[in-house]
Design a protein around this ligand. Structure first.
Ligand SMILES: CC(C)(COP(=O)(O)OP(=O)(O)OC[C@H]1O[C@@H](n2cnc3c(N)ncnc32)[C@H](O)[C@@H]1OP(=O)(O)O)[C@@H](O)C(=O)NCCC(=O)NCCS
Length: 161
């Protein structure tokens, strides 16, 4: 892990379908199979070409492959953060927060007046979202199914812009 603060070393770039392998590497490293939160390659491939969908990659100086990504969709005046992940070796350096802040700014720039997301109840990322101004507005029981078949609730977090 590098100790250089993310803000000084990270560039955020628009990604495209050809970045799918890099996205899957980050996703499979970051999400535990235990909770069933990760998307499959075909789910990602299916959504990337859709209208209003954006992929953003976090590129670290000196690293060929991206170290994090966000995937979001803007429809009319609402934007949904679909996925956010940072490779384990690059976590806790502020990369996730940068991606989240940029998602909110991009959504605002695209005319969104509200942003929202679903996250597993108990995921430590909830703290990050709450610090960024997101508030719980709903719960979806048994939304995620882990590799052992156990189910986990999702909470819906939203933030008015
Ligand atoms: C959630 C995730 C993207 C955060 O990325 P990161 O680069 O490590 O996050 P940052 O270093 O920017 O930290 C952001 C904030 O979240 C908090 N945080 C991040 N990971 C945390 C953890 N595992 N436990 C507790 N707090 C955590 C930090 O304290 C930080 O708060 P601060 O900036 O006020 O100090 C990363 O842990 C990840 O990829 N997790 C697996 C995928 C996932 O669950 N994504 C979210 C649901 S889509």
């Amino acid at each position: 892990m590098s100790s250089v603060p993310a803000a000084e070393a990270i560039r955020l770039l628009d990604g495209k379908s050809t970045d799918l392998s890099a996205v899957m590497t980050i996703m499979n490293g970051a999400f535990s199979e235990r909770y069933g939160e990760a998307w499959t390659r075909s789910q990602c491939a299916g959504i990337l070409p859709m209208a209003g969908v954006s992929l953003v990659l976090a590129q670290d100086n000196g690293h060929e492959q991206p170290v994090g990504f966000s995937l979001f969709r803007t429809v009319a005046d609402e934007a949904e953060l679909l996925l956010l992940a940072v490779a384990p070796d690059h976590q806790h350096r502020g990369v996730g927060r940068l991606l989240l802040e940029q998602f909110v700014e991009r959504a605002r720039g695209l005319g969104a007046s509200r942003v929202h997301l679903e996250v597993r109840d108990g995921n430590p990322a909830v703290q990050m979202y709450r610090r960024a101004g997101f508030k719980p507005v709903g719960r979806r029981p048994n939304y995620y199914r882990g590799s052992d078949g156990r189910q986990y609730d999702a909470i819906t977090l939203a933030h008015a812009l």
